[in-house]
Design a protein around this ligand. Structure first.
Ligand code: ACM
Ligand code: ZN
Length: 517
């Protein structure tokens, strides 16, 4: 392999020096791992065996031998940080070191991207030279929160697809999968205590058609995940060092829940799982104690399913009209000496935060949770630009930046809409995603509160798996690099030189990404 050949690594490592020659896997290659490295070594062995057919035995030992024709994975380098790794490949060995298993996992993804594309094929591949070019790589991410979000409320996607989505995240070293599980148009998570949430709330009578959202297709639509399926997805993600962040929307985006339990709305009756897109006027009644009991019972089951430190409670787009005319909501405003309906929303979020904190979890919500006063320990996910995130970080709160301007993968990828499938609007080209910097505008001494960034996949206009793939890739590849490297370390022209090779890998994986024209 020539040392001038472009290595299609995405995200690009912080530092990479090419060496001479290459390491070539053979029938005799062995893998040695320190005890902490064992699960990642098994993941690597499975990946390599699948298409090479080599036995690649894994030996787990306290002292890893310095032998030839070996891959060594060692968790013995505390200086590399929680997610950093060092990879040295020469003609005799591949040595991967990290402080912790997550770093080793990212090193393995780099090894994967250094291998021939045939590594992505699931069947046995003949006549391949399984070569890894000689390199010395030192690498770590800039941000600890590197997220992708998937809205399964507007359109539902089966577990098999959710796993693929997670696999592709792993290839790009993302580490948070934000699963948007409840919406006006569908409640997607089984809650044992409230079976009607899925019996009633997971089905709608019709769906707006992409070409004209004022028209419905007239076809019943539904889907949900059982708790066993949720556990399966959480475990699958965990094995890929990805945290699943569940989102349970409150107090707005709640029509599907109200259709199932109408007593939790201000009117108490007459709700249906929504068959339109937009912002529904009907929301949870914030003046009814039963609402809080319900939300806490739902969250108790959510906490049991998701080990994530953070729980996303939505909080966005909650119109206040129903609360203005609801005697219970007005009585709550009186009882709690609140100024207005915005403070009532803040009261809801703060009450839920107390519940989550009492269970050793942290609340995260969309930036509307700033209105009426931010709950004391809340983390903000800033989507209406970064202003909300900047305000929250300035006040000492942690934030995740996912502004519509740079992170909304439901927006168009080309100016020429005629030749694109219908999308919700906007224009977000690859180059703009690549230029995203979550700390822009955040005071220097507050940037420590910026945990990272996230790409969001809202699915009103994304009814199929193929369409998710088209909207998310290759933009997610650009985002992965934007969250891995600081702006000084990034170069869009260099990314574009690596992209063709990377896209060939996505082809092998069967990802139906958008091809530029
Ligand atoms: C949002 O896009 N409504 C968070
Ligand atoms: Zn009410």
């Amino acid at each position: 392999m020539s040392t001038t050949e472009v290595l299609a690594l995405v995200p690009r490592p912080q530092s990479l020096v090419r060496g001479q020659g290459q390491f070539t896997l053979t029938q005799q290659t062995q893998i040695f791992a320190s005890p902490d490295a064992a699960p990642v070594a098994e993941y690597l062995a499975a990946l390599l065996r699948r298409s090479s057919g080599f036995p690649l035995p894994v030996s787990v030992q306290d002292t890893v031998p310095d032998a030839q024709n070996t891959l060594l994975l060692v968790a013995d380098a505390p200086g590399l940080g929680d997610e950093g790794y060092e990879l040295v490949v020469n003609t005799q060995q591949v040595v991967l070191r990290a402080a912790a298993a997550a770093g080793l996992f990212y090193g393995v993804q780099t090894i994967r991207q250094l291998l021939p594309l045939t590594i992505e094929e699931s069947g046995l591949q003949q006549d391949v030279i399984w070569a890894i070019p000689a390199v010395t790589i030192k690498d770590h991410p800039r941000f600890s929160w590197r997220g992708l979000h998937l809205d399964v409320g507007r359109h539902w996607f089966p577990v098999a697809f959710v796993k693929k989505f997670i696999d592709w995240m792993a290839l790009h070293k993302f580490n948070v999968f934000h699963w948007h599980l409840t919406e006006d148009q569908g409640w997607r998570i089984e809650i044992k205590r409230y079976p009607r949430l899925t019996e009633v709330g997971s089905r709608r009578a019709a769906t707006p058609i992409p070409a004209n959202r004022e028209q419905n297709d007239g076809k019943p639509y539904g889907g949900h995940y059982t708790q066993d399926e949720i556990r399966e997805v959480v475990a699958y993600a965990k094995a890929r060092y990805i945290t699943v962040l569940p989102e349970i929307e409150m107090p707005g985006h709640a029509l599907a829940a109200l259709a199932a339990y109408p007593e939790l709305g201000c009117a108490g009756e007459g709700y249906q799982v929504w068959t339109r897109w937009g912002i529904a006027k009907d929301v949870f009644c914030a003046g009814n104690e039963d609402t809080y009991t319900f939300l806490e019972n739902v969250l108790a089951e959510v906490l049991d399913l998701f080990p994530s430190e953070f729980i996303h409670i939505g909080g966005d787009e909650c119109p206040k009209g129903r609360w203005e005319s609801c005697p219970k909501c007005q009585a709550m405003i009186q009882r709690e000496s609140l100024k207005d309906e915005h403070e009532l929303q803040s009261y809801v979020i703060s009450r839920i935060e107390k519940f989550l904190n009492a269970h050793n979890r942290r609340l995260i919500g969309w930036d509307e949770i700033l209105e009426g006063g931010l709950a004391p320990n809340a983390t903000v996910m800033s989507w209406r630009g970064t202003e909300g995130g900047i305000a929250a970080a300035s006040a000492g709160h942690d934030v995740v930046m996912s502004p519509e301007s740079h992170c909304y993968f439901d927006h168009y990828q080309a100016k020429d809409r005629e030749n694109e499938p219908p999308a919700i609007g906007g224009f977000l080209p690859l180059e703009k995603v690549y230029a995203f910097d979550p700390t822009t505008g955040v005071p220097e001494d507050k940037t420590c509160h910026v945990l990272g960034g996230q790409g969001n996949t809202w699915t009103e206009y994304i009814p199929t798996e193929a369409q998710v793939e088209y909207m998310v890739y290759p933009r997610a590849a650009a985002l992965a690099e934007a969250l891995w490297l600081s702006p000084d370390g990034r170069d869009f022209a260099d990314f574009m030189r690596r992209l063709p090779g990377h896209l060939q890998r996505l082809d092998r994986l069967g990802i139906r990404y958008r091809k530029s024209r």
